[in-house]
Design a protein around this ligand. Structure first.
Ligand code: ASP
Length: 438
């Protein structure tokens, strides 16, 4: 059994969190690789080192001294080192970075030092070999990864040293320079390392005990999801449930690796296990929803034209939306009309222009725009091919005064999505949770 672990910023925010990480790693010898984020917030008023490093670079760009911020950053590392009695010479590293701090220092190089230094400390603390991401996470200029090179670099180092700590969030581009990923990118590094060594499990350690069945800001104490398929996870994440970096899922899913979301502060909790297939679900157990997610602020645009060839009309509309960088969320079609849902954030201030282009291209009898729509998705593998589910959901929503403006079901019957007024969004989530998931 081989496990790759990734510890997020809150899991490595100070010396006491480092101790928790060590206890977790030492309790299971299959946890052979630890991918580490930069130290995060210790409390709600605190700052993530990554944010401070970005701030530092912004000061440099404007020629303003960033000494004070840099001292704060340095003291966080020194404090962890001293409290844990480590010997790593943080000061030397900090001095070297300080010397190269100037307008020419790339933001990527500077910001990556958060992960680099946190990982150096962790490697010494765990007694694991430090493998710099610069030497194993190979990226192209467009941000894509060279999986062949990554696999050989990580596997060779693991074979040679037995255990590894790898800093998350950055890699090396062909010029040899450091490139950071998008925020939260350590999740991706963990997934790449897991895929590189064909791990059995990728454990993503964070500060929540797995994925919750609904947004805790809407539903009080939602139940955690213990097992979920990758397909369900994708539906939930697409509909707004934030779990881990979206680009972290594909490398492990493609390699057939299970993903386990765990809580560093509650290590005995098994968290959420994400796998490709779950066999042996009991269809009898009443709970057929795995999770509920949703997003506000969509527009439904209905195009009406008598005797229209809807396929032709739709083709023209899709082209216009594509040219305006606006993806379509859902489409429904009638004989003389079709309607589509787009996100207000995606269309931005181009909506009037898009509507004008549609008028020009199709000369419709009418175009109706309903704005302020929220989409709510009930996601569950157990809903598939089971008659009566949508009826139950719609009945519950109706009985609670929620008016459904549009309905969509994905072809695999993995999710049922309803469009409701923004103002009824939270009620819809609560009704679905309380009726079918809680
Ligand atoms: N430290 C980086 C961030 O705050 C990357 C990560 O933690 O995954 O986004």
């Amino acid at each position: 059994m081989l496990k790759v672990t990734k510890f997020g910023g809150s899991s490595v925010s100070d010396a006491s969190q480092f101790r928790k990480v060590k206890a977790i790693i030492e309790s299971d010898e299959s946890r052979r690789i630890a991918v580490i984020s930069a130290a995060g917030k210790r409390n709600s008023e605190d700052h993530k080192l990554t944010d401070l490093l970005y701030l530092c670079h912004a000061h440099l760009t404007y020629g303003v001294s960033c000494d004070e911020i840099f001292n704060t950053i340095a003291s966080r590392f020194i404090e962890i080192r001293d409290e844990l009695g480590l010997s790593f010479r943080v000061e030397d590293e900090i001095d070297a970075i300080r010397k190269s701090l100037n307008r020419d220092m790339s933001v990527d190089e500077l910001v990556s030092r958060g992960e680099y230094l946190t990982s150096r400390l962790m490697a010494e603390f765990l007694g694991f070999h430090f493998l710099d991401a610069r030497d194993c996470i190979f990226m192209d200029y467009d941000g894509s990864f060279d999986m062949v090179k990554i696999s050989s670099a990580v596997s060779e180092a693991l074979a040679e040293y037995g255990n590894l700590v790898i800093p998350g969030f950055y890699g090396r581009i062909p010029s040899g320079k450091v490139r950071v990923m998008s925020r939260g990118g350590s999740d991706i590094t963990g997934a790449l390392a897991a895929s590189a060594i064909k791990a059995d499990v990728y454990e993503n350690w964070t500060d929540v005990s797995g994925i919750l069945m609904a947004d805790p800001r809407i539903v009080k104490n939602p139940r955690p999801i213990s097992r979920i398929t990758y397909g369900e996870l994708r539906e939930l994440a697409f509909m707004g449930a934030s779990v881990l970096h979206e680009d972290a899922v594909q490398p492990v899913r493609e390699s057939g690796i299970a993903l386990n979301i765990r809580n560093t502060n509650e290590p005995d909790n098994p968290g959420t296990l994400i796998v490709e297939r779950i066999d042996g679900d009991s269809k009898e157990d009443g709970r057929f929803i795995t999770g509920i997610a949703g997003r506000r602020n969509f527009d439904i645009i209905t195009v009406v034209k008598h005797n229209m060839d809807c396929n032709e009309g739709l083709r023209k509309v899709l082209k216009i939306l594509d040219q305006n960088n606006t993806p379509v969320e859902h489409i429904s079609m009638g004989l003389d009309s079709f309607a589509f849902v787009i996100s207000q954030a995606a269309v931005g201030n181009r909506l009037d222009g898009v509507v004008a282009e549609i008028r020009n291209a199709i000369s419709p009898d009418d175009i109706k725009i309903r704005d302020g729509i929220a989409l709510v998705a009930a996601v569950g593998r157990k809903m598939g091919f089971r008659p009566g589910i949508s009826g139950k959901l719609f009945k519950a929503l109706g009985e609670n005064g929620v008016n459904i403006r549009t309905i969509a079901q994905d072809a695999d019957e993995l999710s049922i999505i309803v469009g409701v007024e923004n103002s009824q969004y939270e009620t819809a989530v609560r009704v679905l949770y309380e009726g079918f998931a809680g």
